[in-house]
Design a protein. Sequence first.
Length: 419
Amino acid sequence: MLIQFSCENFKSIREKVTLSMLATKDGEHKECIIKVDEKIQLLPLVAIYGANGSGKSNVLQAIGFVKFLITEVDSFHEGDSIPTFPHKLNENYPSTFELQFISNGIRYAYGFSITREKILEEYLYFFPNGRQTRIFERIEEQYTFGNKFQKELDEIKASKTKPNRLFLATAGVWSNTEEVKHPFLFLRNDLVINQFVSNENWLHYTIEQISTNETNKNILLHMLNYFHIPVENIITKVEKKQLSYKDLPPQMPEEIKMLLLKGSHVNYEVELVYPDMTIHLSEESRGIQRLFEIMGPVLDILSHGKCLIFDELETSLHPLLVLQIIQLFQTPNLNPKHAQLIFTTHDTNLLDLSILRRDQIWITEKNSTLASTDLYSISDVKHVRKDENIEKGYMKGKYGGIPLIQTNFLNKWVDYVHE
């Protein structure tokens, strides 16, 4: 479970921002809170609002960037530059990322600071009995290890490390120690990122799940019915075919043909069986396709207690379907493994304190002085009452996060049209 995430100097984020999943003392919707212990109580989801260009997607991309550096370690060879994305006004300064999370019942703190050339700093701590304990600290190529981890991590450092690779990405693969392995697996497997309007891999994942497991298919059917989509059966066909030379377009470059011929092509077919008709998935509305596309991964995330990072959750989905997905994460008996959802949205229907707590509503706003993204929750805004109409206040700009509209634009447009 994610506790909080901070970053600095990444794309539109110039100054440090922090997205916290820690629940405040807000008394609303206490039933949805994840109680870790007496000190730590976490939120199952947060929604991020903001004007176009305010940087809300960049907050999610920063989390995705951390995962990329952890999972793509093998792609960084000696002397390669690190693909950093500093703020345009801070291009000569390092970018910094910090996370706190719980994996396998243990709390961890992990962070690093990087430039294009190297890892400047990196650390990993854990909190046995609530006390911070060092696993490793790194300043460039100087390492300090906790006593328990000294021997193993020294050996990994001596033979496996490179200046442009995160040490956790390397140690997590080679270590046999749980306190090193589990944070690596959390960042690699339990942070699930979706930042695309259409993600074909997610659709294929759903199809593979229901093609190979009857239980998964039945769960998906129940879920579609839960969303008031009366599908009685799902017929899938997964056909793996070795590509032949004649299958490829004649105008395709020979080099690309040779690469494609090394693999196989997988053809996916899905039909949804209703009470009175059968419809191919490609003939369904974009909303049904979108729902089918994301439900396989969502069910996997709920089943295993992962954290889903989703950009523009409402795209092609009816607001009531979005609300139902939110309720899956908000309702304890539907989310017993404490999965989490962090998403950006423009759907103001969700700005309702009967749906979300004040600490679950976050806003990004562009600081015109620093040309930088600010991030804060409604609970940080003074004088927001428990019975307040949040949607109305947001649309009026009470909390920030809305576009600044030039009120004289329409008059100027009329003058232009009639010239």
